[in-house]
Design a binder for this molecule. Sequence first.
Ligand code: DAK
Length: 262
Amino acid sequence: MSYEYLLTETRGEMPLRCGWITLNRPKALNALNDRLMDELGHAMKAFDADESIGCIVITGSEKAFAAGADITVMSKLSYMEVYKKDYITRNWETIRSIRKPVIAAVAGFALGGGCELVMMCDLVIAAESAKFGQPEIKLGIIPGAGGTQRLPRAVGKAKAMDMVLTARMMDVHEAERAGLVSRVVAPERLLAEAQAAADAICSQSLPSLLAAKECVNRAYESPLAEGVLFERRMFHSMFATDDQKEGMDAFINKRKPTFKHC
Ligand code: DAK
């Protein structure tokens, strides 16, 4: 598939490298239309299936990570169209199926669907210019890609209500304090910091990364006892990997581990 709205590349050293995806629709502040979301799903699935990739980074431009779903397109839709065609559910759900760690590297606006896309990622590294918001209420709609569910889980009910009901944007420092953002960096450091985080992830054992991500995500989907049981079973299964032997032997012998990802 050739991409109209994305740039993709791989960075880092073998054996595990990072797949980079840059949202590239600058004139519309990376507004997320159907084609862009199809491309994003395709690129993410391709990196997820590539055995040489350990981590995926999604970034945008200096001005906008993404200013939301494309309002020009949505303005023409009727209830029957969005309901019967299950408006863009298809290509947004793809992101949730990605098993490798995904880092959002955010500068500028992350609004509406852009903020929801950020919340579907695993780590969020944000420049001091980043602004987060769910301004859908100003358009006579509500968040539709998980904003009313993931935002309260990330920042708590009080702040989520403030953002969803008043359309107020959060600056990056408030977003970090509230738990929406993993790290804040100077704008010129954003891509280097994201790459450093990706390199740190790619230096680990891939089966451990997949298991760790799956377990943390369980915390959002299940009661505590079920989540802990799931974690325990996954923890036990790690002892079936060569990488567990290698990681512990390397520690004991004071050397760097050489993981085989099996
Ligand atoms: N859609 C389409 N075009 C957009 C856009 C958007 N969301 N955001 C910006 N643009 C376009 C502007 O129309 C303008 O185009 P031209 O006039 O130059 O042709 C260009 O980008 C530059 O924008 P501005 O001139 O407005 O730039 P400013 O710096 O003055 O303002 C801004 C930046 C981000 C504050 C402003 O553009 C803005 O308020 N944008 C809209 C933000 C917004 O309301 N976002 C929420 C959209 S609703 C779902 C999945 C997703 C969703 C729902 C369901 N399912 C899976 C079911 C998501 C919904 C949404 O995101």
